[in-house]
Design a protein. Structure first.
Length: 190
């Protein structure tokens, strides 16, 4: 169903003169498909967050996890359903952690562990998205490190203001994303 919608949108945006078998059509259609699947996953998480009374924490999870993932990358599931289940699993862990008291020194450890993981492993590339350009790799790593530092500082500040569940969510979500970038780097064939 999602693929059919992506193909319809691609045909509309590129015009009927572009063949469905062309590389251009396939690339655009794949990108649109990823956007559709991402949107419905976010909507499902937000609905679940509202149902269980954790809507602000769900938004914080999306900011912490997805924001860092944009530049740090991470492992991917083979199917959209597998992706949704893994994200839901990480979201549940984060929501549970948002409900407990986390000692300050644990925040510091989570922050440093996340920074070290990002510094060593980011960006995590995949076969479908190899990042061969050294300049792009360096830029993504720097952006990921800056993101962790800025969002961790923000989390500390809002925790100081009394928004402890949001603080917990941001810090734990980034730490979990940091774990997803751990990989044994295999040099991709040229």
């Amino acid at each position: 169903m999602n693929q059919r919608i992506a193909d319809i949108v691609t045909t509309w945006s590129l015009g009927r003169e572009v063949s469905r078998e062309s590389d251009k059509f396939q690339i655009v259609s794949y990108g649109i498909l990823l956007m559709i699947e991402t949107i419905y996953k976010v909507i499902i998480l937000m609905i679940l967050g509202e149902i269980i009374g954790a809507f602000p924490e769900t938004i914080a999870f999306l900011i912490g996890f997805s924001g860092l993932r944009k530049n740090a990358g991470g492992i991917h599931m083979r199917t959209s359903a597998g992706c949704m289940l893994s994200v839901m699993f990480l979201w549940i862990i984060t929501i549970l952690c948002s409900r407990v008291h986390i000692l300050s020194w644990i925040y510091v450890i989570l922050f440093f562990v996340t920074v070290v993981l990002v510094a060593i492993y980011a960006p995590c590339d995949t076969i479908n998205n190899p990042i061969r350009d050294v300049k792009i790799r360096k830029k993504k790593k720097i952006y990921a490190l800056i993101y962790v530092i800025i969002l961790s500082t923000f989390a500390y500040y809002i925790g100081y203001l009394g928004f402890i569940p949001i603080q917990n969510t941001l810090v734990v979500a980034m730490a979990l994303e940091g774990v997803t970038i751990i990989h044994k780097r295999k040099e991709l064939q040229a």
